[in-house]
Design a protein around this ligand. Structure first.
Ligand SMILES: Nc1ncnc2c1ncn2[C@@H]1O[C@H](COP(=O)(O)OP(=O)(O)OP(=O)(O)O)[C@@H](O)[C@H]1O
Length: 310
């Protein structure tokens, strides 16, 4: 097991107007297990408790109660040893030296982590396409270049676990794609475990085979991405193209009429796969020319989970 938490909880005491104290539970009784080689998306609204969890996983923050083990170590007591097994990328914060040429940061990091030889660095430079700006000071890099450089910095010591906090924030489509492809390949080649927080559902769809949703500090969902869609009211929608414009197709069992276009020649019906089958619905549709199915939009699904009351 790479990450194991049991009842992990962290509270913060806040003073309002200097006198009254309120206690905020940022992470609430979190129990999760993540196996070696998994790729897990950790998602939740702003302030849901994602960063607080990550800080406890890497030993920056001490839990109020409960237990946590990362790479089989107690992160607070064995923080330095843990750093050898974990790479962390914080989208907003840099671990590179701003005024030095990019390559110098790698030289320093290689010394800190006692990385022998240049084989790993060469691999990262080639796969993340860093070659063109290795001699450029970090502060002059574009956001996309810098993010790739950050990922290389976090992975230079070949960590077992890579934690990425908003790795694709602000990146253009091509840079996002490149970074995602790199992470997929890194995981395949080295069996690296990935844990990423993101507000970009594309990251989760492309990179993760498991998703954890945290809501006000507690775990609202743990499972696959398709399962997440099924866990809320997210029925699929049948889009029917008909030979002729007809009156709204209301009243087909197991379906709800959503709307029509082209004067009624295209109609949308929401259906619940547990109540009816597509075949049964189509048997009642006159003059069907074409058909498509709209899957639930994952952003909508997540929005519904966030807005759900506890
Ligand atoms: N050092 C602190 N002192 C007091 N409250 C804190 C502290 N750190 C975090 N919090 C509070 O704990 C809650 C969880 O914060 P956290 O940063 O973990 O959320 P997050 O899910 O990472 O949010 P975001 O998506 O905005 O990064 C928030 O209400 C935040 O204000």
């Amino acid at each position: 097991m790479i990450i194991q938490t049991e009842g992990l909880t962290r509270t913060f005491v806040r003073r309002s107007r200097g006198v009254r104290r309120t206690t905020l539970t940022a992470v609430d009784d979190l129990s999760i297990s993540i196996d070696a080689g998994e790729a897990v998306g950790y998602i939740g609204a702003n302030g849901a408790g994602k960063s607080t969890t990550i800080k406890m996983l890497v030993g920056i923050l001490v839990p109020t109660s409960g237990s946590v083990r990362t790479c089989d170590l107690d992160p607070v007591r064995r923080r330095r040893e843990l750093a050898r097994h974990v790479g962390v990328v914080f989208g907003q914060r840099s671990q590179l030296w701003w005024d030095l040429p990019t390559r110098e940061s790698y030289r320093i990091l290689a010394a800190i982590h006692r990385v022998q030889g240049t084989e790993r660095l060469n691999e990262l430079v080639s796969e993340l396409e860093l070659g063109d700006f290795m001699d450029t000071p970090v502060r002059q890099l574009s956001l996309g270049q810098r993010m790739r450089a950050e990922v290389a910095a976090a992975l230079l010591h070949s960590p077992q676990l890579v934690i990425l906090d908003e790795p694709t924030i602000g990146l253009d489509v091509v840079s996002k794609q490149r970074l995602r492809q790199f992470l997929i390949a890194e995981r395949q080649q080295h069996g690296t475990t990935l844990l990423l927080t993101t507000h970009d559902m594309g990251d989760v769809e492309r990179l993760c085979d498991r998703v954890l949703v945290v809501d006000h500090g507690w775990l609202a969902y743990d499972g696959s991405l398709p399962g997440l869609a099924a866990s809320v009211d997210s029925h699929r929608v049948l889009v029917l193209d008909l030979d002729d414009a007809v009156a709204p197709l209301t009243g087909i069992p197991g379906t709800t009429y959503v709307g029509s276009e082209v004067g009624g020649a295209r109609q949308r019906l929401r259906f619940d796969p547990e109540q009816t089958s597509i075949a049964a619905v189509l048997a009642q549709v006159p003059g069907l020319r074409d058909l498509s199915i709209e899957e639930p939009d994952i952003e909508d699904v997540v929005r519904q989970i966030y807005s759900r009351d506890r």
